[in-house]
Design a protein around this ligand. Structure first.
Ligand code: CO
Length: 496
């Protein structure tokens, strides 16, 4: 038996202890020119990669219950004339400042982190911690750290210092939320082909109200409209086409009682309902915003969509689907997750026929994947390539160690794996200036290097992932596994 077990472990591309180390807190803030570089930074790569994610997985030694409850820490890597400058800063949310001063957990987290003192000390405390940890975007001359259940925090793009909660020039009210998954329409037909940023907020109860916001490049509100849809919603991401915002209303129920009683976090009270269909909600983007359509399918649980586009009567939407929602179990550590026992996220293509109100779906790739990314000019349009993070092996569930590119035309994949010691994060595709092909550009991803307990910013060639990184920029420390980020072509160089 021992022999069998050891044989099995040989075939694993990862080591659980290695993977767990990527969830150690990084309490320090750094700024420096990166000088340990393998390969060469392309001189044409000019701009700033912003990343966000949980920087603290404990508060003064007390572990938090789930990484989604971790305080937001933003990294910026500025590329300029073949060099790269690194910076990271915690978002000084009210909760971060107070907990660091107090030296203990004083807020409940959505995903189960509780204050000390048991349920009596947590019951009927609905004051959630706005942790600003999910995404970071530069739009309308503002750098915004986003968390979907509350208002954005504005940061100084040069220094990453926190300016404060931002109400988007009075568009948001205190207590409003603003999703962490805005999408940029690269050529909005309503605005003479100018880009616009589309985002949503959602208020949930027995029914859900989705509000759509569209902003011009200066950050001014162009359009806002709200829609009530039946049922509770747990919606993290959406997709846009020129005419629609598309949401997958996952089949979940919410029992708030254990949360109210202080027994569990709000996120732990969401229950996946496998027997119920997913509702695909299509909200028109064009005036008068009437005629919301709801189609039904069985998609499993969806966090992220890669893209959507219209083609005649049909709309295509490409999404990463799980057979079920991995439930956050109380009193067990996320670090002890049994990968093999959970269903992997997989890429599916859904074809929506609006006239016949029919949905067809097709599994595209069995490989366990997450964090899809595409060419920014192809958002909402027919497109050829999608990049995502993925497991090393083609089947089964495992940590993300590889970056994959799928070609929709040939349905072939190209891949680079950082296994056995590297653990990747979301890839971001940055087009080359004056590129003529959709995949002509660089794929940037932060990799946790377990062999050194440090992180690497890897630059891959979008046309040849399997050729390996063009450059690997070794940070002098690690960055815990992050969530989302974005690219800005601005260097924010004047204060470097
Ligand atoms: Co997300």
């Amino acid at each position: 038996m021992a022999n069998l077990l050891s044989q099995k472990s040989v075939f694993k591309t990862y080591n659980r202890q290695d993977w767990q180390k990527g969830y150690q807190s990084q309490p320090n803030e750094y700024e420096y020119w990166i000088d340990e570089i393998e390969g060469e930074i392309p001189s044409q790569l000019q701009g700033t990669l912003f990343r966000n994610g949980p920087g603290l997985l404990d508060i003064h030694g007390t572990p938090i219950q789930h990484p989604f409850d971790g305080d937001g820490m933003v990294c910026a890597i500025t590329f300029q004339e073949g060099r790269a400058y690194f910076r990271n800063r915690f978002v000084r949310t009210e909760a971060y400042v107070k907990e660091q001063q107090a030296g203990e957990i004083i807020y409940r987290g959505v995903f189960g982190t509780q204050k000390p003192g048991g349920w009596l000390n947590n019951a009927f405390d609905f004051k959630l911690k706005n942790i600003a940890n999910t995404n970071v975007i530069y739009w309308g001359d503002k750098l915004l750290a986003l968390w979907e259940a509350a208002e954005p925090h504005r940061l100084d793009p040069h220094t990453l210092e926190t300016i404060g909660i931002d109400y988007l020039d009075g568009i948001l009210e205190p207590g409003d939320d603003f999703s962490a998954h805005p999408h940029i329409d690269p050529n909005c037909k309503m605005d003479g082909g100018e880009p616009c940023l589309v985002n949503f907020s959602i208020k949930v109860g027995l029914s859900s109200t989705i509000t759509i916001y569209e902003f011009n490049p200066q950050g001014k509100l162009l359009r806002r409209h709200a829609h009530s849809i039946p049922g509770f919603s747990f919606i993290h991401d959406f997709a846009i086409t020129p005419n629609y915002c598309i949401f997958f209303q996952n089949p979940v129920s919410f029992n708030p009682l254990p949360f109210a009683l202080g027994l569990r976090g709000a996120g732990e009270c969401v229950k996946y309902q496998p027997d119920r269909p997913t509702k695909i909600v299509l909200i028109p983007r064009t005036h008068p915003y009437k005629g919301v359509k709801i189609l039904e399918t069985n998609s499993g649980f969806v966090f992220h969509h890669a893209n959507a586009f219209e083609s005649g009567e049909e709309i295509y939407i490409d999404s990463i689907c799980y057979d079920s929602l991995p439930e956050v179990e109380a009193n067990t550590s996320y670090k002890d997750v049994d990968f093999e026992a959970l269903s992997p996220g997989q890429l599916w293509r859904f074809t929506l026929n609006l006239k016949e109100e029919k949905v067809e779906k097709r599994l595209i790739d069995t490989r366990c994947c997450e964090f899809p990314s595409i060419h920014p000019d192809r958002v909402g349009k027919n497109y050829r390539y999608v990049f995502f993070s993925a497991a090393h092996n083609a089947t089964g569930n495992a940590p993300q160690q590889a970056i994959v590119k799928l070609d929709w035309k040939t349905e072939e994949s190209d891949l680079w794996s950082f296994a056995p010691k590297g653990y990747v994060s979301e890839p971001i595709f940055v087009p080359k200036p004056d590129a003529s092909n959709e995949d002509e550009g660089w794929v940037l991803t932060m990799v946790y290097d377990a062999s050194l307990h440090r992180s690497i910013l890897a630059i891959l060639d979008g046309q040849y992932l399997s050729g390996g990184p063009i450059a690997q920029l070794h940070l002098s420390h690690h960055i815990p596994y992050g969530l989302h980020g974005s690219w800005s072509s601005q260097c924010f160089a004047e204060k470097i």
